[in-house]
Every structure is written in C-alpha cells, then in structure tokens.
Design a binder for this molecule. Sequence first.
Ligand SMILES: Cc1ncc(COP(=O)(O)O)c(C=O)c1O
Length: 413
Amino acid sequence: MTSSPALATSSPNPSRAEQIRALFDRYVAPTYRRSLVLSHGSGSFVWDTDGRRYLDFGGGIAVTSLGHAHPRITDAITRQASRLTHVSNLFHTEPQGLLARKLVELTGPGKVFFANSGAESNEALFKLARRFGQETGGRFEIITALGSFHGRTLGGISATGQDKIKSGFGPLLPGFIHAPFNDLDAFTQAITPNTAAIMIEGVQGESGIHPATPDFLIGLRRLADQHNLLFLFDAVQCGMFRTGHFQSYETILSDAGLDPASARPDAISMAKSLGGGLPISAAWFSSRVADLLGPGSHGTTYGGSPLVCSAALEVLQTIEDENLADNVRRLGHILRDGLEKLRAQGKPITAVRGCGALIGIGIETDPIETAARLRDAGLILIPAGTNTLRCLPPLNATEAEANLALHIVEDTL
Ligand SMILES: Cc1ncc(COP(=O)(O)O)c(C=O)c1O
C-alpha cells in the first residue's frame, strides 16, 4: 500500500513544498541535488510554492531561451497540440521540414537529424564519425578536449574529458582520446592512423565557461582538412544565439575580425535553447556528410515531433523578429562590465568569462553554497566546475533585469 505524500513527511502539518519534497524523497531516483520547489514562471522570473519570486538567470541550464510562459511559444504549442503532436519519423510533417530548412539557412548547406536531448544529438555525431571513418579506411577514434562535457549516455561520458563524469561506469566506449582544450599542438599530436574526427564545444560550459580561441578554431578546421577528419562541434549549451550569433564560433571569430566560415564544422549538435523549454535536439550535417546516415542507420521514435518543432520554429522566429541577437550582445556587455566592476571593488570574484548570455563568474567560495545564498536573495545562477557560477539569462532579458541580477550579486557576495 502506498501512503499519501502528507504521511511521508515528519511534520504533522506539512507545507505544499514539504509534501512535494517528500514525493521526490520517496519516488524520484536521487540522481540530482535539488533545491527549490517551483510552481510557475513568467518571463525571467519563477515563483516557488510559497509565493517567493526569483530572477531566473539559470534558465533551466540554458534552456528557456525566451523565459517562462512566453505568449508566442505558448500559443504555438497550443495550436500545434490541438492539430498533431506526434506521428513518428515514418511520416513527413510540415514543422520538421520547416525547422530543418531554418537550421540549414542559419548554419550552412546540409541536412538535419532531430532527436530529444543534447546527449542524443552528440550520439548522432559519434555515429556519423564512425560511419565516415569506416568508409575512409577503417578509422574510428574521436579526439575530444579535456574538461569537455558531452552528455550522460555511455557514448557521452566516454567522449567527456572529465574523470568525475566517467568514474564508476567502466568499461567505457573505446575510441575517445582527450587532449587539452585550446592546445592545437596537443590535438595535432593526438592524431593517429585511426583518427576519424575531432570534437569540441565552442565554449566549454560545464567546466566553467571557457571559450575556444580563434586560433584553436581555425587550426582545428585546417587540421581536419589536412588529415581528412570530421570537425564536430558540440553546441548544445553554447549555440542557438546564446553568445550573440547563432553559433559560438561565429561570435568568437567575428569578435576577432575573422571570417566565421573559416572554422565552420562538418557537423553540429544543438539542444537546450533550441526548444525554449521543450525537449528537442538536432544534429546538423554539412553537405559533405549529409547523406552518410541513410535509411535504417539511425533513428529515434520521438525526434522532431510536430509539437517540439513548432516550438523551436517559434523560438527562432521570435529571436529574429525581436532582434534578440543584438539584445544578447547588449546584455553580455552589461553583465560582464558590472561583474568586472564588482571584482575591481574587491568582491570575491576571481574571473569573468564568456560572452552574451553565457557568462562564467569565477568565485573563491564553493559554487553550490554560493548559489544557495544567491537563491535565498532571489537570484538563480547555476554552479559549474569547482569554482564557477554560470549566468544564463533568457535571450530576451531586459537591462533592468540584468541590473537587478548585478545588485543581488553585489549584496550577497
Ligand atoms: C556541451 C553539452 N553537451 C551535451 C550536453 C548533454 O545534454 P542533455 O543533458 O540534454 O543530454 C550538455 C548538457 O549540459 C552540454 O552542456
């Protein structure tokens, strides 16, 4: 017999939050350290079940690109839900076709495979690399960066360059070699006759917001061309306008006065901000490799459903209509300048990294404990690595909201 949630708490009159926490304690696998019990959101804010409001600059870990309950997204998914939510990939549907076209227009000539999570879109890249390697001399190795994060599937953790993510799950998938991030010589030396691909994040997210250098990006593109390797790009966290351009390599290279096309990858995985809160991911394959994964070679039941594709189309259209790429660049400047000022004033900030709506705040204190103090003061940021807080505001956050975040950081740190 199951007891009611109320009976599962120790308190005689449990609050709603206590009741919900008790459900989690009892029924939800404990893979996460959770904090607030949230009830609803609007724009850049969320509310807990006690009615307290928080400025959400964590965005569900870089997902809610237009904030919460955006009317255009709500409307798009409501309309689509009343027509057709899912049919499987045995059929054509208009939203998937339109979204694929949009992603190709934004990225470059090629084709798109749709999946449901960042890890799954990376799996598509790994399989693309293996197929490419097999067809070009039986190669299978993929070089990835130390400090990288590529997801929690077995392929994802094997690709990830952090021991703490892999620990306890061996044996891992063979064929992943790690080299230091932003070290072109090390990547060059890691190439063997078995190497099929190189894969990096444009801005390492989970390790604490570390952007690739322009030289590294251009160097990897050249290296891939010289050795006939695929250059794979994990844009799950740093893509979809989060840095002020559709992809972070475009931001990094154009900020350095260089041509973004000189580092365009052969394949790019995308997720998070793409669906504005709905679970959708995509793998863009350049024309060169767009037809390598033919019928029967790869798939997923839910991928690219009309429901999630209609949400992603509306996200991208809203970003375009409201010039949100410009807003992201503006927000980035306000937040970075404000944080640098606080650092100069002697606040315990050790570094400010990243750009646009993807900012890492290096701190001297424990990030989990510091995030909890900021939360108590009404601001949600996300811990990363051992000494960083991530600031991942919605792409449509306002200047006033950015300043509010800075005030809370100033008062709390
Ligand atoms: C760069 C990167 N790749 C892959 C993933 C995995 O994405 P998901 O959790 O949607 O599987 C993440 C998640 O944080 C990520 O930041």
